[in-house]
Design a protein around this ligand. Structure first.
Ligand code: NAD
Length: 433
């Protein structure tokens, strides 16, 4: 099939590359000329394991190309995939300006029947708006399909090739054949439904996962007070098939470009039809508070943080990505700086992105984990990068001024800490030493 992907970010680029790998001809379009130039010269502008190799091989054989010329790309394609951003407005609602602009751009380029497939996460009713925008500007026939994306950054290529399911929302089910065919090589689990249900499936899924995270984090907070170990509790819960083990890792909460904005957007979607989504509001509140547990724990060890050197390991919102959107590290570092601490921060790949949002005289970006930890009064693990796990505790101990370790992601076991002199705080487990 001939595909044009509009928006070449985390979703658009990965989808475009993977669809090319499946044998389709894909043109990736972005209005960001600098990004397109990078892509054309073979540079992947994001960190995503496994993407570069596939991008190179498919570009080489001519199945994948990059451009800022939307009109021509649309005209040469059968299916137009919308993968532009839908960030949050200050109200929490999804900002639809990019998707609406993309719809206008497509409509003026249409030269015959096209299938327009929305992958961006959009509030219920948005695909109808997209249809109305395009309908108002062209006489050409087209079909709108909602195919929400469920990939996770850091494992986006694997997730794209092995999705748990593909959801196809369409008005006329009989018109779904080409989109089913496009996804058939990926999975048997293809659900064809109406557009509004497809839009809702995406928000409901993210809201449910966010709820699981906030739930286990609250259980962790209670475990700390009653002397239980949340990792054991989660293990014991997770074997129950009705519950499942995933998303039960207690920590300092979720961040990223999806859960925070999609939970807020669903609260707004509900609010717009006079439904007060109390449960989800609590999920968001719990998550917003959870990251500050790191600060409370630091204060309980060091008392006043003024003038103390605090090492932060991890700036990305999760491992294996350079995405720092809504990363807990922002709130943690800002509150340390507000308290007069000197912060030494390190991340294996996300430092450049993070730097663009915070520069401060008391914030130093280190090039290595060791450099960040050297002579620090305490070390905080904010993102569970494998690199941190591979360092020996003895080595880490030798770098620190005082052996204070706040593990916001529970990367160590109690046994590993037993014969050390670390003052060790984790999440939902007893304090050690
Ligand atoms: P992103 O910000 O990384 O990329 C969006 C791209 O679209 C940018 O490169 C931007 O320049 C481009 N763009 C915007 N308007 C355009 C236009 N009119 N024409 C051409 N290009 C245009 O966004 P993302 O993280 O890839 O997310 C895209 C959508 O997918 C969002 O709705 C998001 O909620 C959803 N989603 C994201 C993830 C994820 O993990 N990032 C997962 C599932 C779903």
């Amino acid at each position: 099939m001939k595909l044009a992907v509009i928006g070449t970010g985390y979703v658009g680029l990965v989808s475009g590359v993977c669809f090319a790998e499946l044998g389709n001809h894909v043109i990736c379009v972005d209005k960001d000329h600098a990004k397109v130039e990078l892509l054309k010269s073979g540079i992947v502008p994001i960190y995503e394991p496994g993407l570069k190799e596939l991008m190179d091989s498919n570009t080489k054989i001519g199945r994948l190309s990059f451009t800022s010329e939307l009109d021509q790309s649309v005209q040469e394609s059968d299916v137009i995939i919308l993968a532009v951003g839908t960030p949050s407005l200050p109200s929490g609602e999804a900002d639809l300006q990019y998707i609406e602009q993309a719809a206008r751009d497509i409509s003026s380029a249409l030269n015959g029947f096209k299938t327009i497939m929305t992958k961006s996460t959009v509030p219920v009713g948005t695909n109808e708006k997209i249809k109305a925008i395009i309908r108002s500007q062209t006489d050409h026939e087209f079909e709108i399909v909602s195919v929400p994306e469920f990939l996770r950054e850091g494992s986006a290529v694997r997730d794209t090739f092995h999705p748990d399911r593909i959801v196809i929302g369409i008005e006329r089910k009989e018109a779904a054949a080409n989109i089913v065919e496009l996804h058939r090589p990926l999975t048997e689990n293809i659900i064809v439904t109406d557009i509004r249900s497809a839009e809702m499936i995406k928000y409901a899924s993210n809201a449910f996962l966010a709820t699981k995270i906030s739930f286990i984090n609250e259980i962790a907070n209670i475990c700390e007070k009653v002397g239980a170990d949340v990792t054991k509790v989660a293990e014991g819960m997770g074997y129950d098939k009705r519950i499942g083990a995933s998303f039960l890792n207690a920590g300092i909460g979720y961040g990223g470009s999806c859960f925070p904005k999609d939970t807020q957007a669903l609260i707004q979607i509900a609010g717009n039809v006079d439904y007060d989504f109390k449960l989800l509001k609590s999920v968001v509140d719990v998550n917003n508070g959870q990251r500050f547990n790191i600060i409370h724990k630091l204060e309980s060890i060091l008392d006043d943080l003024y003038g103390k050197t605090i090492a932060i390991w991890g700036l990305a919102f999760k491992p294996d990505t350079d995405d720092v959107r809504a990363a807990p590290a922002f709130d943690i570092i800002n509150s340390l700086l507000k308290r007069g601490a000197l912060v030494r921060a390190y991340d294996p790949v996300a430092t450049e992105n993070f730097k663009q949002s915070i520069q401060h005289d008391n914030l130093y970006y280190s090039k290595t984990a060791e450099d960040a930890a050297r002579q620090a009064d305490a070390l905080c693990i904010v993102t569970e990068w494998r690199e941190f796990r591979q360092l020996s505790l003895q080595e880490i101990r030798s770098w620190l001024k005082t052996p204070n370790l706040i593990d916001g992601r529970n990367i160590y076991t109690e046994e590993e800490l037993l014969n050390t002199d670390f003052v060790y705080y984790s999440v939902g487990r007893p304090k050690l030493n």
